[in-house]
Design a protein around this ligand. Structure first.
Ligand code: ZN
Length: 119
């Protein structure tokens, strides 16, 4: 069984928009990273400033990692739509509940498998 195209199309468009948003967000994060400006790395800023920059950089890295994680989920879901695999549990192959997909369109596992995986 597979979800019909007319149902998948809006999901695909939603994911595409999400992907664009995430890419914009990544650019924004990169801009906010104090280390993005490489000239600042060799400056003679005092310890306090350097600590603040390190913190800002660590935060930017963490946010970037988080955004990358969501991005790969979004892309995975779009790939599954293209391959006609969308909505199938990646662990057991049964159909994922539409309510579940409504809450998280990037869901890869059905509810019972997700519970088993403690996700
Ligand atoms: Zn499953």
């Amino acid at each position: 069984m597979q979800y019909p195209k007319n149902l998948l199309q809006p999901i695909w468009e939603y994911l595409k928009k999400l992907e664009t948003d995430l890419l914009t967000r990544k650019k924004q994060i990169a801009k906010e990273d104090p280390f993005a400006d490489t000239a600042r790395l060799n400056d003679n800023a005092d310890d306090g400033t350097e600590a603040a920059e390190q913190f800002g950089h660590d935060q930017a890295e963490a946010m970037k990692g988080e955004t990358d994680g969501v991005l790969s989920r979004v892309r995975g879901a779009m790939k599954r739509i293209d391959e006609g695999m969308y909505g199938k549990c990646m662990a057991c192959g049964s159909m994922i509940d539409t309510d579940r997909l409504g809450i998280d369109p990037t869901a890869e596992l059905c509810l019972s498998c997700a519970k088993k995986n403690n996700k």
